[in-house]
Design a protein around this ligand. Structure first.
Ligand code: NAD
Length: 486
């Protein structure tokens, strides 16, 4: 059995108390690795290694030197592309094409993009007047925050982790990563990459484990951590914010969503069906930006529901390695129980089940996997739990609407504010809607498409702060002002 250890101070190390937990394949339920569980002693060791790194070579490197190293990290990830694809497929069970075309390339790109950002960021300067007429020059310098804790989810583990690591390292911080207990493999593999390209020991550390009473809690509570960046559930964000209050540490949060997909009658119909299919069912619906609430303008409502149903019923279940398969399992049986409980509640609350609603019939070799059917409902009021709460599964409720004002009110009637996708050929309307919906990103005739230099984050309960391009510098650096009397 393969063991996954922590990566601390440039070395793979067993957990201090020798405790391990099983990582199971979501595809067939088999145990695929035993993973070291991090406790206080492991977190202490990782944070101390990171602090030492900040005081040694890494803290003194020029921006150019860091940029060179981050390019090398991206190149080495691409050289070991297949290892990353295999590792992430095994942990998540998601199809090869998603790994190959999105999750792993984007992970490598996260190092390049942020290397480019820090290389090109201008220095802010202001010349001010003074009573003696000589003036003064103010300029801002940016310094790293210090040791950043990176707490990650399981749904796109490599992409989401590197999205934080790229800017954290580019800005000169050292990090301690706590991957999700469900997906430790690619964070571990990245340790090999860091050593290979010469990232100094202690700059990148990984401590595996769970959240409460385990590595996640010990890390976020640790006084040696200067800032915490977290992606995950809103409820966990609340717990981490309480931990961060001790010591007044900065947080950057990317949290849950209950995003609306909006389709106007004038939309390119086939493109809209395809777009909503991807936004609701990609990664088996385990995407924070996914659309579990779909609103379709009344004249095309029935036709749209039938077309989406037909598309959903074509998904192919199977092992991720088989290129023909386009649909994976949920991450775990625990998560499947949660999703299935919503499937039952939808029926109890009066939904019409258009398709799905349960566990698919599969060959015996997949029967122990965490599979669920992709599911579409109609007919529920907006107060129904599956319309209000984030399920994080392959499902959506579709409701008809009449006109812009109604759909804007429906889309905004949620505690979340992460994203929305709007399908229309009316450009003026697209702009109007984008301004009126309270979310961090609005897609028009697209979904899950974003230049990494743009700001990303959520409003309301979906997050705190914006990351991406120069926006990431606000979190990963401290800005100091220098004022020189001339
Ligand atoms: P989660 O909150 O359960 O876990 C995320 C991480 O936090 C894991 O590593 C976990 O071990 C750790 N953790 C849990 N409790 C903790 C605690 N008390 N202290 C410290 N660490 C703790 O989230 P998940 O189930 O892994 O991921 C799914 C959620 O993530 C969904 O809500 C989804 O919307 C959200 N998400 C948001 C974005 C975004 O960009 N907004 C992206 C991806 C996922």
């Amino acid at each position: 059995m393969r063991s996954i250890e922590h990566f601390i101070d440039g070395k793979f190390v067993a957990p201090a108390n020798a405790e391990y937990f099983d990582k199971r394949s979501p595809v067939d339920g088999s145990v695929i690795a035993r993973v070291g569980e991090g406790k206080q002693a492991d977190v202490d060791a990782a944070v101390q290694a990171a602090r030492r790194a900040m005081e040694s070579d890494w803290g003194k490197f020029t921006t150019e030197k860091r940029v060179e190293l981050l390019y090398a990290v991206a190149t080495e990830i691409n050289r070991r592309f297949e290892d990353f694809v295999e590792a992430e497929m095994a942990d998540t069970g998601q199809p090869r094409h998603v790994m190959e075309h999105v999750f792993i390339p984007r992970g490598a790109a996260n190092f390049r993009i942020f290397a480019d950002v820090v290389k090109n960021v201008p220095t802010e300067a202001f010349r001010m007047a003074t009573p003696d007429g000589r003036g003064a020059l103010n300029y801002a310098i940016r310094v790293p925050k210090g040791v950043v804790a990176v707490v990650c989810p399981w749904n796109a583990p490599f992409l989401l982790m590197t999205w934080k690591l790229g800017p954290a390292l580019a800005c000169g911080n050292a990090v301690v990563v706590k991957p999700s207990e469900e997906t430790p493999a690619t964070a571990t593999l990245l340790g090999e990459v860091m050593n290979k390209v010469g990232i100094p020991p202690g700059v990148y550390n990984v401590v595996n484990g769970f959240g409460p009473g385990s590595a996640g809690e010990f890390l976020t509570m640790h006084p040696g951590v200067d800032a915490i960046t977290f992606t995950g559930e809103t409820r966990t964000g609340t717990a981490i914010m309480k931990a961060a209050a001790e010591g007044i540490r900065d947080v950057s949060f990317e949290l849950g969503g209950k995003n609306a997909g909006i389709v106007f009658a004038d939309a390119d119909f086939d493109a809209a069906v395809d777009g909503i299919f991807r936004s609701a069912f990609l990664n088996t619906g385990q995407v924070c930006l996914g659309t579990e609430r779909v609103y379709v303008e009344r004249p095309i409502f029935d036709r749209f529901v039938q077309a989406l149903k037909a598309r959903v019923e074509k998904v192919r279940y199977g092992r991720p390695q088989d290129k023909a398969n386009d649909y994976g399992p949920l991450i775990s049986h625990e998560h499947r129980q949660k999703v299935l409980s919503y499937y039952r509640r939808a029926v109890e609350e009066g939904a019409e089940v258009v398709t799905g609603g349960g566990i698919p019939e599969l060959p015996p070799e997949l029967a122990e996997g965490a599979w669920v059917q992709p599911t579409i409902w109609t007919g529920l009021p907006e107060t129904a739990s599956v319309v209000r709460e984030e399920i994080f599964g392959p499902c959506c409720h579709i409701r008809p609407f009449d006109g812009e004002d109604e759909v804007v009110a429906l889309a905004n009637d949620t505690e979340y504010g992460l994203s929305t996708t709007v399908w229309t050929t009316n450009l003026a309307r697209a702009h109007r809607i984008a301004e009126r919906i309270d979310v961090g990103i609005t897609w028009i005739n697209s979904w899950f498409l974003r230049d990494l230099r743009t700001p990303f984050g959520g409003s309301k309960h979906s997050g705190i702060g914006r990351e991406g391009g120069v926006h990431s510098l606000e979190f990963y650096t401290e800005t100091r002002n220098v004022c020189i009397k001339l």
